[in-house]
Ligand binder design. Structure first.
Ligand code: GUN
Length: 283
């Protein structure tokens, strides 16, 4: 039976320490960390995420600004808003919720954000820093996953890490972070042959695909650490991860639940990155 990695509890501890550090920073320097969150369109899941981010900011004692723009917003209008936020001295972090509507170039928008305010870590400058081992901002979900893995006490050097999914938001950055810690890393995706054979090698398995319950017990090595990044809404309305939780529990040493695993860690790390952005302004 596995030990459950309680992301909600660990995220709560991180948010508390960010809140304490932010209060101290305000007392000493008179600066309140500020985060601007931009949402274009009415995607229901994105609306929920953006609402959670604003709530976490309020709890951390941050300034939070939300910009909810209609789906028909022009790329030029969004670029002008980003330019204003780049210049705004009260704002230390800018997050544009993805996905954006198809008529807007995600690359162009991300590249327009001041890299020193890019708390998502998606700007090419920050991606370059991650690749070369000197990151400024680490993307929030991968940073949260690394924190969860560190709580298991597993030594990553020389271990087999398998990442299923190659997104810019999770798959690619988590693979780089695991590599930085000297794991032997394999990235799998929809064209990977013999996926179950590859995943069965993993000492650490990260599932970030977006397909409910696709990682089954037979695909997991006994004693593996299993991190489930999937958030899939079933027809019943229930949330399901990418991992078949009950079956995999019987094999894994540690496992994250959905909900209550990786999701809360993403928000905690966004708060951490926003505080870091504010601290960097004065250092
Ligand atoms: N959409 C899904 N995850 C994320 C994230 O971490 N950041 C942003 N900006 N959009 C997302």
């Amino acid at each position: 039976m596995s030990i459950i990695l309680d992301g909600a509890k660990i995220a709560g501890e991180i948010r508390q320490s960010v809140r304490d550090e932010a209060a101290d920073f305000k007392n000493k320097k008179g600066i309140v960390p500020g985060l601007a969150v931009v949402l274009v369109g009415e995607d229901p899941a994105s609306q929920v995420y953006v609402g959670r981010k604003a709530k976490a900011c309020a709890e951390a004692g941050f300034l939070s600004r939300e910009y909810r723009l209609p789906a028909a917003t022009l790329e030029g209008e969004l670029l002008r808003l980003i330019d204003d936020l780049n210049k705004d001295i009260l704002i230390h972090g800018i997050l544009v919720q993805l996905p954006l509507p198809a008529h807007i170039s995600t690359h162009k928008i991300i590249a327009a954000i001041d890299p020193m305010k890019d708390v998502d870590g998606f700007h090419p400058y920050n991606v370059g820093g991650l690749v070369s081992g000197s990151p400024v901002f680490i993307p929030c979900t991968p940073r949260g996953i690394m924190e969860l893995i560190s709580r298991t006490g597993i030594e990553l050097a020389g271990k087999e890490a398998v990442v299923v999914g190659r997104s810019n938001i999770v798959g690619k950055p988590i693979a780089l972070l695991l590599l930085e810690r000297h794991a032997t890393v394999t990235i799998c995706h929809s064209r990977t042959k013999n996926l179950p054979q590859v995943t069965a090698r993993a000492d650490v398995l990260v599932a970030a695909v977006g397909r409910p319950h696709m990682i089954t017990g037979g695909m997991v090595k006994k004693g593996a650490v299993v991190i489930d990044v999937g958030v899939n809404r079933l027809e019943s309305g229930k949330l399901a991860g990418d991992v078949a939780f009950e079956e995999v529990c019987a094999k894994a040493s540690y496992i994250t639940p959905v909900p209550g695993g990786v999701g809360p860690m993403t928000i905690a790390m966004l708060m951490r990155n926003t505080l870091d952005a504010a601290l960097q302004m004065v250092s």
